[in-house]
Design a protein around this ligand. Structure first.
Ligand code: NAD
Length: 356
């Protein structure tokens, strides 16, 4: 990869390679854009097969965080850390503290939190070396479990889509098929049930299915979920599940869920649009987690602020739908447009400031 060419093409500000042979740390921190505030994004701990794979992931995920926070109206930029290690066997206190020291050298340009492979417990070690950590457990003064707000945000996004599709945002009697019944899906489902929606779920984990059954929710096998007659399909497990194999099986009018990177390719987003299926862009409706941590940046965690901002996902989704209709583009492109417009306008304000 031609690094500087790639960085300038996609607007990356800074790439930090972190090496500490004593602890075995090999990490990359990608600071994508700090126009709106400090770059914020989790640290992924994963046994990448190659350094290039780790680098690509850091770059891709860091940029996605810029778009997510910009669209959510947060004063945060985008960034991501990746540590090349097996989270089950290679995480040690020394490795995590060494990583914390590197985060600290950035002086607050990058704020880290949890991601795949990293937990609140790991963040505790990181935070022993740097204050630039968010999303610590509540007991340590952080904002705690993000999935509650993420679940709320997905619900708000579903309601905005319902209003556009059926003229009312009431979900009473609407059939929702949920793929995955983990933390986020559970919190979304509770709200859907409160509104008398009818839910069908699938999961590969028996414990999750038992929990669903206990809530009176119907359960199907993982493959059946695509064919379940439904109004709303809600991916809450894996990425890449909207693809050329699955789209033709969907019976819904709306796709809206918490999973990251739901579209396998941009062409799949175009295809949903062509079929008249309203797609709620994943990073728009699953922003509740980053909104939650933003409510502890520079202040004591304020859960009311987190909730209020998460509820605004309804309005953000409406803006995305409006942009999609106005520009005659699919919603996944419209979301990018909303993010880019905000970034451009704030960059303009910054330029004005320089001449004061
Ligand atoms: P989770 O691990 O609690 O839940 C995921 C569930 O999906 C698990 O129960 C798992 O068994 C199930 N699953 C895995 N493979 C499956 C398959 N093939 N078919 C059906 N079910 C399957 O995770 P979560 O925190 O609920 O996150 C769910 C999704 O939302 C992930 O894609 C995550 O990246 C994304 N997300 C989560 C948050 C958050 O705050 N937790 C924020 C933004 C995005």
């Amino acid at each position: 990869m031609e690094l500087f060419e790639h960085m300038s093409e996609y607007g990356y500000e800074q790439l930090v390679m972190c090496s500490d042979p004593a602890s075995g740390l090999k990490a990359i921190i990608a600071v994508h854009d700090t126009t709106l505030g400090p770059a914020c994004g989790g640290t992924r701990i994963w046994p990448y097969a190659t350094e290039e794979e780790a680098l690509r992931d850091a770059l891709r995920l860091g940029r996605a965080m810029t778009y997510k926070s910009a669209t959510a109206g947060l004063n945060l930029g985008g960034g991501k850390g990746v540590i090349i290690a097996d989270p089950n066997t290679q995480k040690t206190e020394a490795l995590l503290r060494a990583y914390g020291r590197f985060v600290d050298t950035l002086g607050g340009r990058y704020l880290t939190t949890t991601d795949v492979g990293s937990t609140g417990r790991d963040l505790e070690f990181v935070s022993q070396e740097t204050g630039y950590v968010v999303g610590l457990p509540l007991s340590l003064g952080g904002s705690g479990d993000t999935s509650i707000m993420t679940g709320l945000g997905v619900y708000m996004g579903i309601k905005a889509c319902a209003r556009e599709t059926w003229g009312t945002d009431s979900l009473r009697g609407k059939r929702v098929a949920m793929q995955g019944f983990g933390k986020v899906a559970f919190h979304t489902a509770q709200r859907l049930l409160d509104e008398d929606a009818q839910i069908v779920v699938t999961d590969v984990y028996q414990g999750a299915l038992d929990r669903a059954r206990d809530m009176g929710i119907k359960v199907v096998t993982p493959d059946e979920i695509y064919d379940v007659p439904c109004d709303i399909f809600s991916p809450c497990a894996l990425g890449g599940i909207i693809n050329s194999d699955t789209i033709s099986r969907l019976t819904c009018k709306v796709v809206a869920g918490g999973a990251n990177n739901q579209l396998m390719t941009d062409a799949d987003g175009e295809e949903l649009h062509r079929r008249g299926i309203l797609y709620a862009p994943d990073y728009v409706v699953n922003a509740g987690g980053i909104i939650n941590v933003s409510a502890e940046v520079g202040m004591a965690y304020n859960p009311d602020l987190a909730r209020e901002k998460t509820e605004r996902i309804y309005e953000v989704m409406e803006r995305v739908i409006h942009t999609s209709k106005r520009e005659e583009i699919p919603t996944f492109l419209a979301a990018d447009r909303v993010a880019e417009e905000r970034l451009a306008s704030v960059r303009g304000v910054r330029q004005l400031r320089r001449f004061r």
